[in-house]
Ligand binder design. Structure first.
Ligand SMILES: C[S@@+](CC[C@H](N)C(=O)[O-])C[C@H]1O[C@@H](n2cnc3c(N)ncnc32)[C@H](O)[C@@H]1O
Length: 200
């Protein structure tokens, strides 16, 4: 299929992906810690992943967000602790997955309160969709897990249906949550629902 993206935007995206690739090579130096890989997409200020990395210091923990200021704050948190396998950097989630290669296989992916894009005409902007789930499945180890939490009823149903309709994933309602630790949005919102899934 011919891409509808203007040529200059494709070039910019390619440059960003090349940058992410270099960053990942720098981080791993060709070797991934034996504990496995955890990825947080839309990590905000890094509260959750920092607490998780403290509990799982043997894991490579990668947190990405689109907003520079949030990544700077996350990195300030990391810098106050001795967590050599924790890394925060600015990246768009799909571009990160596209830039990755087989040298990093993800065990756990976490999405906490991703933007719900409530208007129908914006649903196509939701991160969870078939393209995302297919690519994440490709970048994940067999048995790899996905954890998703939202306060938005419509996005919750959307995500559950997308998982149920995707042959690469199975919904695992009994899967324990990897770590309960409040994020900024969890703290602000009155309630939430969670979903867990595993690569089939
Ligand atoms: C509602 S906030 C939640 C932040 C944090 N997870 C929390 O619970 O406090 C959603 C975050 O996802 C980031 N984000 C949105 N779309 C993204 C994308 N495509 N790739 C990476 N980050 C994204 C936003 O910049 C924002 O920080």
């Amino acid at each position: 299929m011919v891409s509808q993206e203007p040529y200059h935007r494709l070039l910019e995206a390619d440059r960003r992906k090349a940058h992410i690739k270099l960053l990942l090579e720098e981080i791993t130096q060709g070797e991934v810690p034996a504990g496995g890989v955890t990825l947080e997409l839309g990590c905000g200020h890094g509260h959750w992943l920092t607490a998780y990395a403290q509990e799982n210091p043997e894991r490579l923990c990668l947190g990405v967000d689109l907003i520079t200021r949030r990544i700077e704050r996350a990195n300030r948190k990391k810098d106050k602790r001795d967590l050599p396998h924790l890394h925060f950097f600015k990246a768009e989630a799909m571009e990160l997955l596209q830039a990755m290669n087989d040298s990093i296989q993800i065990d756990v992916t976490i999405l906490l309160f991703p933007d719900p894009w409530p208007k129908k005409r914006h649903h196509k902007r939701r991160l969870i969709n078939k393209r995302f789930l297919d690519l994440l499945a490709k970048r994940s180890r067999k048995g790899g897990q996905l954890f998703f939490r939202t306060d938005h009823e419509g996005y919750f149903t959307w995500a559950r249906e997308a998982l149920e309709n995707n042959a690469s994933w199975e919904w695992t309602p009994d899967q324990p949550w990897p770590l309960e630790h409040e994020t900024i949005f969890q703290n602000l919102l009155p309630h939430h629902q969670s979903l867990a899934a595993r690569i089939t």
